[in-house]
Design a binder for this molecule. Sequence first.
Ligand SMILES: [Ca+2]
Length: 141
Amino acid sequence: MMRTFGPALALAVTVALGAACRESRPNPDNVLPFGFLDSPANGAAVARVTRVAGWALDDGRVSRVDVYVDGRFAGSSTPGLLRPDLVAAYPAYPDAARGGWELAVDLGEREGGRHILAQAVDDQGATRDVGTASVTVAGRP
Ligand SMILES: [Ca+2]
């Protein structure tokens, strides 16, 4: 006597395909992260390896801040640096005390202008640009 697995197999395939095809839609109740790029200042002359720093907050949690240089991904930072100034400005955000982030970014050997973009990503994958700066990489003296 043969056992048939037809219906069970069809159900398993349907469930697997459904999971693979399901789109993750933005949660309308989620608030985008926000923040600021403190450094470098717009228009600054900077070294090839430059500290990029600021702060970011979210109604949930900021997963990371991604930094792009001339449209290319350059690195990520996770907020966690002490920022007591944010507690006073944003008391409703429990992570405000450690909302600071920073990372060292290598801007490359070429002298001249670069465009830096910082983008915060929250725990639901929602993003917001939190700052930009156009800087000039200074040559060696
Ligand atoms: Ca959020």
